[in-house]
Design a protein around this ligand. Structure first.
Ligand code: ADP
Ligand code: MG
Length: 243
């Protein structure tokens, strides 16, 4: 169970997250949509303290962190319960696919190297990249790089997986294989919080869709509610534009 309350972030004087309240059940798949510049990435980044929120509470499983008085040990504990997939893959260019997957297992999760290597091999097989373990990112297609990015997150077996527009940087030809891998992750009842502009995919995979605008959750509901009967004028306008 994930419980976010009053999450607030501003950069300088500009509010970017304006008191976000959100609960996510175990195994639930929540998709976040909304115009760009609305705080979607910041929301994901605040959940693992890549961005530091100024106020609010975040509970993931048995860890609760109060933003206003977060200790380093709390932040590390929270971070270990999340895994993030980035728009631009964020792979280490000087590490192979296998080493990329092992990295956080060893450094953040303190797993023995042999165990991390075994896990990385298993994940490479699951992502269809069994023969690419020794390849560097520059030798992989965009789709393969993002599958390594997702594999790296899968390997952590985190309570919450965060996806920040995982297909937005990809050439269209690679989008399908990345969405397929995300479907496979979803089938394992993994709790997922996904920012995406792939509306068809959102409709198909989401248990719940959240529409953000101006640092707030403006509307949330099932895919059929959000796409079939949007209430807020801003959501209606957004859907017209992207649909
Ligand atoms: P989205 O992901 O919805 O496009 P972001 O969360 O990336 O939106 O950004 C929300 C707002 O916060 C934007 O106006 C952006 O310019 C601003 N912002 C994001 N990161 C920073 C930062 N590190 N410093 C200053 N402003 C930032
Ligand atoms: Mg973003």
């Amino acid at each position: 169970m994930i419980d976010i309350s009053g999450l607030t972030k501003h950069f300088g004087g500009t509010p970017v997250l304006d008191g976000i309240d959100l609960q996510i059940a175990d195994g639930e798949r929540v998709v976040v949509i909304g115009p760009s510049g609305t705080g979607k990435s910041t929301l994901l980044r605040c959940l693992n303290f890549l961005d530091v929120p100024q106020a609010g509470q975040i509970s993931i499983g048995d860890v609760t962190v109060d933003a206003a008085k977060a200790r380093k040990s709390d932040i590390l504990a929270l971070r270990r319960r999340t895994a993030m997939v980035f728009q631009n893959y964020a792979l280490f260019a000087n590490k192979t696919a296998k080493q990329n997957i092992m990295e956080a297992l060893v450094t953040v999760h303190k797993r023995p190297v042999e165990e991390a290597e075994k896990r990385a091999m298993a994940v490479l097989a699951e992502t269809g990249l069994a023969d690419k373990g020794d390849s560097f990112p520059s030798a992989l297609s965009g789709g393969q790089q993002q599958r390594v990015g997702i594999g790296r997150a899968m390997a952590l077996e985190a309570e919450l997986m965060l996806f920040d527009e995982p297909t937005s940087a990809l050439d269209p030809e690679w989008v399908g294989e990345v969405l397929d891998l995300m479907r496979a992750v979803a089938e394992r009842k993994q709790t997922m919080l996904i920012v995406t502009h792939e509306m068809q995919f959102a409709r198909e995979i989401a248990d719940r869709i959240i529409f953000m605008d101006g640092g707030k959750i403006v509307e949330s509901g099932s895919p059929s509610e959000i796409f079939g009967a949007p209430k807020d004028a801003r959501l209606q306008k957004f859907l017209k534009r992207v649909g």
